[in-house]
Design a protein around this ligand. Sequence first.
Ligand code: HEM
Length: 132
Amino acid sequence: MNFEPNYQKMKNDIRSLKDVEFLVDHFYEAIQQDSFIGPIFNLRLEGRWEMHHKKLYRFWHTVLLRRPDYFGNPVPLHYQMNIDKRHFSRWLTIWSSIIDANFEGVIADRAKFRGETMAGAFLEKIQKEAEK
Ligand code: HEM
């Protein structure tokens, strides 16, 4: 018996808010268990995870399905977290592997692509801020 997610099943694309919620929930479950970047999230978000999930549903819903319901500016929140290229690289590995394990299609590809470009953009801004 194999209990891998979606084993021998066709994977669907990310098509609805429900799919976005599924992706975000599984992504942060994996993040929380990661020994390298998990503690950064767990320390900062202790007691506030539910609020974080709700924000991230809206963020990815906006980015992936183009439903504008996130209007924040997330980058400055990442200053002073002491994170660099290695942390973003781990973030991206987890993000892509959760997508690949559960979804496939145009939006799933967009999710991986946007994860990569935004991680790069966040990192660049963080580095510029640190040089000030
Ligand atoms: C290793 C890399 C990263 C770490 C450690 C990290 C950590 C965090 C933490 C701890 C928060 C909560 C901040 C707070 O509410 O006090 C947060 C918020 C957020 N992060 Fe990240 N993050 C990382 C990368 C990214 C990337 C690449 C993206 C986008 C693709 C992203 C998008 C967001 C968004 C949208 C929020 C919510 C902002 C808001 O409150 O409006 N993060 N992040």
